[in-house]
Design a protein around this ligand. Sequence first.
Ligand code: SF4
Length: 344
Amino acid sequence: MATDLTAPQPAAPRPTETLPFDDWADRILRGGELTREEARQILASSDRDLLALLAAGFRLREKYFGKTVQLYFLMNAKSGLCPEDCHYCSQSKISTAPVPKYNILKRDALLDAARLASERGAKTYCLVISARGPNEREMNAVEQIVPEIKSKYDLDICACLGLLSREQADRLKACGVDRVNHNLNTGEDYYGQICSTHSYADRVQTLRHVRDAGMEMCSGGIIGMGESHDDIVSMAFDLKELGVQSIPLNFLNSIDGTPLQGKQDLSPQDCLRALAMFRFVNPSRELRISGGREIHLRSLQPLGLYVANSVFVGDYLTTKGQAPEEDYQMIRDLGFDVTTSVGE
Ligand code: SF4
């Protein structure tokens, strides 16, 4: 039987109402804040609403960072051999992953990496060691290399050395460290599920020492470890209350040989919603798409930069990143620019 195309067609189903992301962005742009309930709603929002969410989040990103992208360069200055038991980490004492194991690298290797960071257009050189906290030998090595790197290259230095005492934080500040990374990793209520050798409170205390010593705080987390939306929201608001300047958001790269081996709970859309939620809660803060972006965001990586304003270029601590040329191409294709200046 022929269909009569001139006959009235049934109306298309009415879409369910989209959350008022633009109203929330308006409020934030006027100096207001996102509520915890709204943050939960962002994480629970539908894939259908994703473009509206990213478009509203982009308005916040654009206010503080325009179309700039900051690049960070990671250097694993000491690998493996860590006495802690962070379940996501291939370098912990309970991991059987075959990662390189070496003590803190010598001066030449650390300087070579700084040269590479500079050549790649990085704004910040992140000097990372695997440790509960730095011992005296490691502190001395950092105190010697940081002034040398800064005298040769136009790089900010971020040190990620584990838990710090106030005295150690003061020494890092004195030798020229600009910023310390120490991630909260997950929400306070979930922290005991991913680590038993130190506490969430220990991590917060280190961040306070960093702040009180006059350095910037870099702190973020890892999504996809089995936490709830409430845990992610709780972390985002704790980072806001601490006043961290920079937020690296990782997506669990579950490494064989770690307790979280095989855990693959994230869709690319989940990652984008999490990034957007962090932008709404911390609108003026650097937001960096960090480890796991290639695995979890996959072909949607460029969309992440509509709300985030920073990526690591090159490899991660014990896993490979995509080639730097692919990142530069992605940034150019978006019409964005690499910057080495500070956003706020
Ligand atoms: S303290 Fe750092 S290096 Fe050690 S297990 Fe935890 S995350 Fe890994």
